[in-house]
Design a protein around this ligand. Structure first.
Ligand SMILES: [Ca+2]
Ligand SMILES: [Ca+2]
Ligand SMILES: [Ca+2]
Ligand SMILES: [Ca+2]
Length: 223
């Protein structure tokens, strides 16, 4: 009975127009941050920790951060790597929104970008570019949205089994919740780039009330 009720409300929203549900309510395109020049350097390769911005290099922003995990007992990001917000588009041809994107490379361990769940969001999409190179079986790219695994190359040689992702921008989609993008790699030529993150969902409760759908907003928040 409860499910039926929710479906009826959902259908009512569609009656007002599907664009209501698909509205972009938040974006992250890395345009508002400094990119720095040269290498990003992290002092600690041994301990799992949140990375901190270094000089003008940005690895943490508004509602997101990057976590380092010591998976290789290697040099991590202490040896100086091209990592963080960048305007360098030489590898990708151009970013998918604006002049800046986020580059992860030569982690010598694992780095995970973590984007907080956005209130009211029911979906998220973003673009990822994977460099074409001789990845090995112990390298991995993993994407999780709200705990749902969208991509996981664990146990695969990326260029053998996920070659379709190489040298191209691919758009990934998922539902609500925290967005996590991980790269475990050990070479400067093993790089991924992220751009154009868009969270979609219902408009703010005030806008819904104007449409006479305040009841729906209350119900959806409980999920
Ligand atoms: Ca951008
Ligand atoms: Ca490194
Ligand atoms: Ca390979
Ligand atoms: Ca490798």
């Amino acid at each position: 009975m409860k499910t039926m009720h929710a479906c009826a409300a959902f259908a009512a929203t569609f009656a007002f127009g599907s664009t209501v549900l698909g509205a972009v309510i938040q974006t992250e395109s890395f345009e508002a941050y400094t990119a720095g020049s040269g290498y990003y350097v992290d002092a600690d390769a041994a301990t799992d920790h949140w990375l901190v911005n270094y000089d003008d290099h940005t690895v943490s922003g508004d509602g997101w951060g990057t976590y380092y995990t010591n998976t290789r007992d290697g040099s991590g990001l202490s040896d100086g790597d091209y990592f963080g917000v960048t305007s360098y588009a030489g590898a990708v041809g151009g970013f998918t929104h604006g002049e800046y994107g986020f580059q992860m490379s030569d982690v010598d361990g694992m780095a995970t970008m973590v984007f907080d769940a956005v209130e009211g969001a029911t979906g998220v999409s973003f673009d990822m570019f994977v460099d074409g190179t001789g990845w090995e079986g112990d390298d991995l790219i993993k994407i999780e949205i709200g705990g749902v695994v969208v991509l996981d190359t664990t146990g695969h040689d990326i260029d053998d089994d996920f070659g379709h992702l190489e040298e191209a921008w691919t758009t990934f989609n998922g539902g609500a919740g925290e967005l996590r993008i991980s790269l475990d790699s050990n070479s400067g030529s093993e790089a991924i780039f992220i751009d154009n993150i868009q969270w979609t969902g219902v408009p703010a409760p005030g806008a819904l009330a104007l449409l006479g759908l305040a009841g729906l907003a209350t119900r959806r928040r409980r999920h």
